[in-house]
Design a protein around this ligand. Structure first.
Ligand SMILES: Nc1ncnc2c1ncn2[C@@H]1O[C@H](COP(=O)(O)OP(=O)(O)OP(=O)(O)O)[C@@H](O)[C@H]1O
Ligand SMILES: [Mg+2]
Ligand SMILES: [Zn+2]
Length: 244
């Protein structure tokens, strides 16, 4: 029988506690705890669900390959990223609302090197709004596919079906997973969605850029949960856009 356990998670910083707390000891927020059920699955065997076994191999038996990096079409951005986008990597592009994230990303979608499609997933804007922006920027690129969706399970399915060279998620705060009861944009949703997308894209070698809003008062708390997934790189073009 599947056993379920309850934890209480702070919606602001992700702090976990065995019991409900009125005030978070980590970030001092009030009334930020909500209940989260952890279901322990019955399958406790050492075998993976599809019957495969994870077998470690000698490090020496691997051949070191040069990391494949793709030019984004922006020299400065390539420099910030350490020489371009690494194939299969996940990059977070953060910045305050209205700073120009979606505009920059659309330009990257157009200019990025290599064969294959780009999948632009937006939970913020309609296809018409993005098309309008593309027209304004003079972007007319058959390889850019648009998906207006906020359900991350459906998004992941689309990623697998299309198998693009690049996926854009605009923005992480608008996406939700059916697995988590907390509201879209909460720390636990952001965490779950990031790790789901990362799992899909890493296993398929698909490069991913996730856009995240950074609001002034929540800057530090929110970036903390993003930071768990990578390195924080500051400032692009003097704008407060950061990459990680
Ligand atoms: N490099 C730029 N120089 C001048 N204006 C820009 C630049 N990039 C974007 N803008 C303008 O800034 C406004 C906001 O841009 P955009 O929608 O890309 O920002 P955003 O960060 O995605 O905003 P949101 O947080 O609402 O999603 C738009 O009117 C856009 O035309
Ligand atoms: Mg935007
Ligand atoms: Zn907290």
């Amino acid at each position: 029988m599947a056993k379920s356990k309850t934890v209480f998670v702070c919606n602001e910083c992700g702090y976990e506690s065995g019991k409900w707390l009125g005030k978070c000891p980590a970030c001092n927020s009030w009334n930020s705890f909500y209940e989260q059920k952890i279901v322990e699955t019955k399958n406790n065997s050492l075998l993976q669900s599809d019957g495969k076994v994870a077998t470690p191999q000698s490090l020496n038996s691997y051949e070191a390959k040069e990391t494949i990096r793709t030019n984004t079409g922006f020299q400065e951005l390539d420099r910030v990223l350490g020489g371009g986008l690494v194939k299969g990597s996940l990059v977070l592009l953060g910045g305050e609302p209205g700073i120009g994230k979606s505009t920059l990303i659309l330009q990257i979608c157009d200019k990025i090197n290599g064969d294959g499609k780009v999948l632009y997933v937006s939970g913020e804007e309609s296809a018409e709004q993005i098309k309008l922006r593309a027209d304004r920027l003079g972007i007319n690129n058959e390889d850019i596919l648009f998906l207006g969706e906020t359900n991350i399970e459906l998004v992941n399915q689309a990623i697998i079906n299309v198998n693009p060279k690049l996926v854009i998620i605009d923005s992480i705060q608008t996406m939700y997973s059916e697995e988590i009861t907390a509201a879209a944009g909460s720390v636990s949703q952001v965490r779950e969605i990031t790790s789901q997308v990362m799992r899909v894209c890493k296993s398929k070698g698909i490069t991913t850029i996730i856009i995240g809003h950074v609001t002034k008062e929540r800057k530090h708390r929110r970036t903390k949960s993003f930071r768990a997934h990578g390195r924080y790189c500051p400032i692009f073009r003097g704008r407060k856009i950061f990459f990680l």
